[in-house]
Design a protein. Structure first.
Length: 140
């Protein structure tokens, strides 16, 4: 129920109150967004650190496995010719690395990165728009 005092407030006062309330709401929303983004940034940082640490440990484990296989091959099958086992291991690892690099480069080629379906639908949209413009021009 409105009191006589509320009726005495002018439109200017109401608009100022509305602007002040809107500004306060905007400041509160900005604070909330900063807090949420800070939490997201911390989570991304922790996730990145854990992923990088896991990748480094996996790489070290792979190196240890490769060295172990070289030692085994040199001791058991190549009669203490560890240099030959290391050479064979390096050739195998190099071949795998070259294959993976070629595959990765193929996946990153500009032709594969082109959004083919989007380009096709844009061409179709262009043709449709041309038809619409022509039919609109002839219908007058």
């Amino acid at each position: 129920m409105a009191t006589g005092r509320d009726n005495g407030r002018g439109i200017g006062v109401l608009l100022r109150d509305l602007a002040d309330g809107g500004a306060a709401l905007l400041r509160q929303e900005w604070r909330l967004a900063r807090v949420e983004l800070g939490g997201i940034a911390r989570a991304v940082g922790v996730g990145t650190a854990l992923t990088a640490s896991g990748a480094v440990l996996a790489l070290l484990g792979t190196f240890a496995l490769l060295i172990g296989l070289i030692m085994l091959a040199g001791d058991q099958w190549l009669r203490d010719r560890y240099w030959l086992a290391a050479l064979i291991g390096a050739v195998i690892a190099g071949g795998i690395a070259a294959w993976m690099a070629r595959r990765g480069a193929a996946h990153l080629s500009p032709r594969r990165l082109l959004p083919d379906e989007t380009v096709q639908t844009l061409k179709e949209d262009k043709e449709w728009l041309k038809r619409q413009l022509k039919s609109g021009a002839t219908s007058r």
